[in-house]
Design a protein around this ligand. Sequence first.
Ligand code: NAD
Ligand code: LMR
Length: 428
Amino acid sequence: MLSAASRSLRHGVSARSVAVLSQVRTKMTPAEALKTIESEQKKCDDALQALMKSKGDSFTFADAKDLFANDKELSAAVAKIRELDMDIEWSWSRMQSLHQSLTKPPLKVALTGAAGAIGYAMLFRIASGEMFGPTQPVQLSLLDLPAAQDALKGVMMELNDCAFPLLKGLTASASPETAFEGADYAVLVGAKPRGPGMERADLMAANAQIFSVQGKALNKVAKGAKVTVVGNPANTNSLIASANAPDMSPDQFTSMMRLDQSRAEHQLAAKAGVDVSAVQRLVVWGNHSASQYPDISHATINGKWAKDVVKDEAWLKNEFVPTVAKRGAEIIEARGASSAASAANAAVAHVRDWATGSEGRWVTMGVPSSDAYGIGPGIWYGVPVVCYPGGDYKRVGGLSIDPYSAEMMEKTRLELLEERDAVKDLLP
Ligand code: NAD
Ligand code: LMR
């Protein structure tokens, strides 16, 4: 319980008026007490509504704060209300999010493999606003195989039971064309995961066809979609999907390398004994496979070159790189199933940054390769990019590549070319 003196300090009301109000309150029921501030509440509500109306979509909580701080009558009304309603700040922010979620049109997000492990770990985070922000409504369109439709019904019941204010639509289907219709974003997770002892490329026979079918469906019904491929082998599946979507730009297709990036960030931060947020500009070049090259040559730790902080070349080459590159297999060995929650987390982060911007930070995405860094076109290769709000990304160019890095980057490039050859029948 706050003392009258500290409350008066917090709210700028004189100690005398606090004492008077406290006396008044003890003699009244809560309903009677609230009546005493009825006209002040109406004054504030009316002013807030008028401000929101005049500002439209540009309205922010800061606008409301300014208005109430600068208008004498309103700040006096607020001071009186606060004596009885300590939660007024919360009420304002709630009104703000309500207003915005009602006015922004929802984004349609299609998720494949929605009844699977990664899908289950992602859906609730998308619906709660983690992927597109707390004021962006979404419509979720779930795709899975016919045999998984019952499981999907259960997932939908759970989503509905969360009563997410941002979830404005929820549908399920076993048909890619139905599920993708009009999608703004599509996250292609649905595919077979590998088991112990397998490489991701061993999944090609089972999974490649899925991405050919889904590429065609996207091309037909969701030409504007931004597509993130998670199902393995993710880079080559992106190539297949894009090749089967001739009316869409290859830049609309990305493969997820974000899990590799976060794995590398964690390993480096742990070695340096710093928080992960101190690590920046870490790059994971190439394929989401054991040949990937997690590269710290350009990375910084608290603004200093990571190499100068770590000063351990042997650790970098013999421990850091293989640990990150083989982390997926290590998890399968330990869990008996492939990573799911961390993969879902990476997918949320990948799409979030793509859609809302990475604020200048480098993030690794598998994107259509270019001539930069001697890679050449025709494969989906992990490179650092910076994302801009609205779904634009730019590759980070002009980095100097040392001989060890060049060798590692070439190795993973050659593997991607081999994978491309293996699926050439699916590349029209
Ligand atoms: P899971 O087996 O738990 O779920 C896969 C789901 O996809 C199932 O519900 C299945 O019915 C569905 N599915 C299969 N074929 C489909 C199709 N043609 N259309 C729609 N849905 C289909 O597997 P999971 O753990 O969720 O993993 C999914 C994929 O993601 C795997 O290929 C896995 O290797 C990959 N993965 C990639 C990364 C990455 O970093 N890129 C990380 C982890 C997992
Ligand atoms: C991962 O990196 O965890 C996933 O790609 C799953 C796998 O097969 O390793």
